[in-house]
Design a protein around this ligand. Structure first.
Ligand code: ARG
Length: 461
């Protein structure tokens, strides 16, 4: 092979600095198997439409398979002067099959080739992420089932608000991760479009059969516009956006695990196997895993911002700027997968201090809304009931007591509608189990939500 495929029109050799500067091989070599699969399908298609002979196609595909084995055996030599994975494969193909290698690049360009490779990569990774998210959601539902009796304070403004089941709290995350999965699944429809054969930007003069290439590579459809096909990266931005949202959900869950495992809360204890100690303070057990997940969320959001900023002013069609899409994409994929992978085994190992969470739910007037509801049940308008209860709270605060610790006589001083049954009404358990409105925290509802989640997960398989 000549030094560079474009040597013909150049009089100077590429400066070494430029070679290093423009090279993307360190990054895109991980696309090798998709690049080879795409080239094999392209060869078969070219043979079918008569652009290559059957023998030529055989030689080329044989050579490509040999290269795949070399790469997998770690026996492949990379070199900055060959720029990217496409040129590395093509150049090595010449070593294996000789001049026929020069026919491989007929009716395509690196612009449609990289679009194909990235789409194939992202399709496979999205499928894997969906299966990992399924496992995570299954874990959340099963941990929620284990802790179905654990009551805790629910918060707004990080102030104790009303009691909830820990399972209800966990199932809230199940819902978030389910929407994340839906977003990835939906994005897959737009990833799964075959761009090869759009060539540099305008299509090609050869009588190619793009539908056949798509069929060989398992794509349900081909891109409709050759310029769009080589210039579009919105499928990748959609993925990064779904990944950022998913990481934000992980980050919020992580923040709660960090808070809950602090001495101030003591709601949970992180498993030793998923925590680390301090090199100076012997007593410490730090929640490093959720902390790192929270930190990595910033990186993935940064990846999204890098990609959208990269694309915002690019004229059609391909621009070399677009080579910069891969570092953020690969980083986001690797980071998200690592976070899901560590959460799946960690969640079931977390110890829950049910006594502490339950005690916390009984302190801080979490039953004030229910006292108002009690009065409403006896005919008082809600606003009035709110005011009456507010006065009772003020009195209890003065006495350093909870509402249910005030005497019946004292409570009746606020309203004659109050009777002895108020004390049963104000228990944490009662408050939780009365919240039977659809989506509420009553145990029956949460049990149903867990059962629905399990049914949904088994039908996803
Ligand atoms: N390495 C390039 C990328 O990642 C592949 C396409 C290069 N095309 C070109 N005309 N230089 O985008």
């Amino acid at each position: 092979m000549p030094d560079k495929p474009w040597d013909g029109r150049f009089t100077q050799k590429t400066d070494k600095l430029v070679e290093a500067f423009t090279s993307s091989i360190d990054i895109d070599k991980r696309l090798y198997s998709y690049d080879i699969d795409g080239s094999i399908a392209h060869c078969r298609m070219l043979a079918r439409v008569g652009v290559l002979t059957g023998d030529e196609a055989e030689m080329l595909t044989g050579g490509l398979e040999t290269i795949r084995k070399e790469i997998e055996a770690g026996a492949f030599v990379y070199d900055d002067s060959l720029e990217d994975i496409h040129m590395h494969v093509e150049s090595r193909l010449f070593d294996h099959v000789g001049p026929v290698a020069r026919k491989l690049h007929t009716a395509r360009s690196r612009n449609d080739q990289i679009a194909l490779d990235v789409r194939m990569y992202l399709r496979a990774e999205t499928r894997e992420i969906l299966s990992m998210l399924g496992e995570l959601r299954r874990t959340l539902a099963s941990v929620a089932e284990t802790h179905i009796d654990v009551m805790m304070p629910g918060y707004t403004h990080l102030q104790r608000a009303q009691p909830v089941l820990l399972s209800h709290h966990l199932m809230a995350y199940y819902e978030m991760f389910t929407r994340d999965a839906d977003r990835f699944r939906d994005g897959l429809k737009r990833i799964d479009v075959m761009p090869l054969g759009c060539a540099a930007l305008a299509g090609t003069t050869y009588p190619i059969d793009r539908e056949y290439t798509a069929e060989l590579l398992g794509f349900p459809k081909i891109s409709a516009n050759s310029m769009d096909a080589v210039a579009d990266r919105d499928f990748l931005i959609e993925f990064l956006s779904a990944a950022s949202l998913c990481m934000i959900h992980f980050s919020r869950l992580s923040e709660e695990l960090i808070l809950w495992s602090s001495s101030e809360f003591k709601f949970i204890e992180m498993p030793d196997a998923f925590a680390t100690g301090s090199s100076i303070m012997p007593q410490k057990k730090n929640p490093d895993v959720p902390e790192l997940v929270r930190g990595k969320t910033g990186r993935v959001i940064g990846d999204l911002v890098a990609a959208i900023t990269l694309m915002k002013s690019l004229p059609l069609a391909y621009n070399r700027d677009m080579q910069e899409d891969k570092p953020p994409l690969f980083d986001a994929v690797d980071t998200l997968k690592a976070c899901i992978a560590v959460y799946i085994p960690m969640l079931p190992e977390i110890t829950v201090n049910a006594e502490t969470t339950c005690r916390a739910a009984a302190v801080g007037f979490l039953n004030a809304t229910d006292m108002a509801d009690y009065l409403v049940g006896r005919g008082m308008p809600f606003r009035e009931a709110h005011a009456v209860t507010g006065k009772a709270v003020a009195e209890a605060l003065k006495q350093g007591k909870e509402l249910h610790e005030l005497s019946l006589a004292r409570l009746q001083g606020f309203s004659s509608l109050i009777a002895a049954d108020i004390f049963d009404y104000l228990t944490t358990e009662g408050m939780i189990d009365r919240r039977r409105s659809a989506g509420g925290t009553a145990r029956g509802n949460v049990r149903q939500a867990i059962a629905a989640a399990k049914a949904a997960l088994s039908s996803e398989l």
